[in-house]
Design a protein. Structure first.
Length: 374
């Protein structure tokens, strides 16, 4: 046992946009994939048996930075040419010198990380970020990148999916087996804040359709709506959205709220609105549930959790049903009891302190197997 303890496991999370979570002074855009890996990395690093590093993009930080018990390694800038980006990621992977490399979100970074792991005999892990990666949509939209992406995850040491539907779709479309591990969050204490807002939180990715929230706000002029809306990468319609939002008297638009402060908005929320056409498993669902806010979803309901655990409503892609659903939740303050169900669901299914143990067991097993083969 003494000898095993010396053979600690080093894990590198390749996550270019995570730096704003690791250093709140950086006001850069991030998404749910970054939140998921941020919680995993910070929780894993609490165990001295694991050494955890992040590879992030270049936001002007030092080449290697210690943030708490995490090592943060700088790589490329987003305006660099692709070949230079690839070289910087490869170089950062060499600096990390980890047993395990894990990446989330379909991109050319996935095959790049896979080939690095193959060349240096390291463990390669992929975690899916969106249902499009699992049901064949990503490959159809990106034939070349999709082929390299699928080849990489087909050869991964393990693939993690966020829900059973994604697991089944990934196998049915690409014959790739995977293991379901839910997104894990640090669950804050229950709040007694006054609930006085309808909330939308996210970035302006096309599939999220934030304009639907504006329509909802116009339909309920007596309610107070709050929109926390980061500009997505390469979004050219953001200023138009802001201008439209400014004309709605009962809507407050925030371009940015730090991740550490956003829980205060969820605590005030009666109903959290998700307007996306598709997701993997939105981290905002977990944030809403943890805060005791009811969830109203336009179309997304992974594994039917909203109805199964009675913590919200799904409107099956129908805008009229979205309006009717909000009226239903607000009537007689139904959102209160449904929000309590959401809190119970999140405590049982998404507590990172429990979920991290699943990762630890798999990481140790894979690292030991790979070491024996070297």
């Amino acid at each position: 046992m003494q000898n095993k303890k010396k053979q600690f496991v080093s894990v590198c999370l390749v996550c270019p946009k995570a730096y704003a979570l690791l250093n709140p002074a950086c006001r850069a855009t991030f998404g749910g994939a970054e939140v998921d890996l941020f919680f995993l990395g910070t929780e894993l690093s609490k165990d001295p048996f694991f050494a955890v590093s992040f590879i992030t993009a270049d936001y002007g930080q030092p080449p290697i930075e210690e943030i708490g018990s995490l090592q943060v390694i700088k790589s490329f800038r987003f305006n660099n040419n692709p070949w230079y980006c690839a070289w910087k990621i490869w170089k950062a992977c060499r600096k990390a010198n980890a047993d395990i490399y894990m990446i989330k979100t379909a991109s050319f970074g996935v095959p790049l990380t896979y080939y690095f792991c193959k060349f240096f005999s390291r463990v390669f892990i992929y975690r899916t970020a969106h249902s499009d990666e699992c049901n064949g949509t990503y490959v159809q939209k990106h034939p070349v990148a999709g082929r390299y992406f699928i080849n990489a995850i087909h050869n991964a040491d393990v693939v993690f999916t966020q829900n059973i539907s994604d697991k089944n779709n990934l196998y049915n479309t690409s014959a790739i087996p995977s293991q379901v591990i839910p997104n894990g969050h640090q669950i804050p204490p229950a709040s007694n804040a006054v609930r006085d807002i309808i909330l939308w939180s996210g970035r302006t990715a096309d599939f999220k359709h934030p304009e639907r929230f504006l329509e909802l706000a116009r339909h309920f002029p007596e309610e107070q709506f709050v929109m926390i809306c980061q500009k997505a990468t390469e979004d050219h319609n953001y200023e138009t959205l802001k201008q439209e939002a400014s004309l709605i008297h009962n809507l407050t638009f925030h371009e940015y709220v730090s991740f550490s402060e956003i829980s205060h908005y969820f605590a005030r929320t009666k109903v959290f609105i998700n307007t996306s056409d598709s997701e993997g498993f939105a981290n905002t669902f977990i944030q809403a549930g943890a805060a005791g806010a009811a969830i109203l979803s336009f179309a997304v309901n992974p594994d039917e959790f909203l109805t199964r655990y009675n913590c919200g409503l799904c409107c099956r892609g129908d805008m009229d049903k979205l309006k009717a659903g909000l009226a239903f939740l607000l009537d007689d303050q139904r959102y209160i009891e449904i929000g309590k169900n959401g809190r119970k669901y999140v405590e049982e299914k998404h507590d990172i302190s429990t979920i991290v143990e699943q990762y630890k067991a798999i990481f140790v097993r894979l690292a030991e197997q790979k070491r024996r083969k070297r």
